[in-house]
Design a protein. Sequence first.
Length: 392
Amino acid sequence: MNVEQVFREEHGRLLATLVKRFGDLDLAEEVTSEAIEAALRHWPVDGVPDRPGAWLLTTARRKAVDRLRRDRVYAARLALLQVEFSRADAPAGESLPDERLELFFTCAHPALAEEDRGALVLRCLAGFTTPEVARAYLVPVPTMQQRIVRAKKKIKQARIPFRVPDPHELPERLPGVLQALYSIFTEGYAAQRDDLADEAVRLARILRNLLPDREVTGLLALMLLVHARRDARPALLEDQDRSLWDRDMIAEGSALAERALTGGYGPYGVQAAINALHDEAPDFAGTDWPQIVALYDVLAGLTPSPVVALNRAAAVAMRDGAAAGLALLDALADEPKLRDYHPYRAARADLLHRLGRDAEAAQAYREAIALAGTDTEQDFLRRRLAAVEGRS
């Protein structure tokens, strides 16, 4: 068994269980790290135990109790915990409880800043170190440290409970959890950080097992259908070698997308259905563009946004021609959210190129390169620019 894989799989469950028991995220993180350090010392010599989660939980509990014994403020709480441990501390047969759902909703609580939610999910549930989280979000480590500290402080100060929201609270709270996971996935996919995208998919699977909601199913389907094309990046969809696509992942994602749309439409389910049409098409020309435009119309009704309008315009260009798509893009030129959004500039460049307006296309590609956030995206756009300038 791969020890690193064990740590990734057990970290979130262990931390969630300790937070539930102690009610203190900082303490839980510290003893989780100490338990993993102890495992790194013992497991290479003694072997990975049959129940690695139980081993880590027992070790972390003991370390937490040692810390609490030194702090009189926690004396009363410690007495209660020791009674609890005496009943449950049976490492040989104990299975680690799965209380991650509480931590999902705590990390994505609406009281936290949006930029902090995904960072907390990676740090707490995926077991990433702070430098790894910083690298995922392309920010300096001190900046990420401040974000994580700020989020933890907010949890304490606002007394955000470590619990699953009541049923009437779920419609407000669940979107934050899903958005945090999807942000992690899109960042990993765009930057070709497959480890990051894989973690987002794994966490989405966990969330769906814990909460089989229709939109959770839709999000997992969407991730799988996009991630299935990872080996064909960074080429545009029309230029990708479809033999490189993961057909098993596509089949799973398509089945989940169909399930997500049973009984109603949700934003992630609709996006999954759009990507299923892309993945199931025999080739780019054979894509069902009228159906994709129709689904974008549904999505625009559910979550109207400039980005949805941009994607719809690209689909209209394939259905009705480049000129029709460009007219829709030009109508979005004054949208503030698209001003610094490089895919908008790249989409305009592509349609201008198709219409033979290469000087304008080259300028749009230069603008897109200046706005792109990763080296991978910039390199791809530079190649597109070189092709346009070559034809000119």
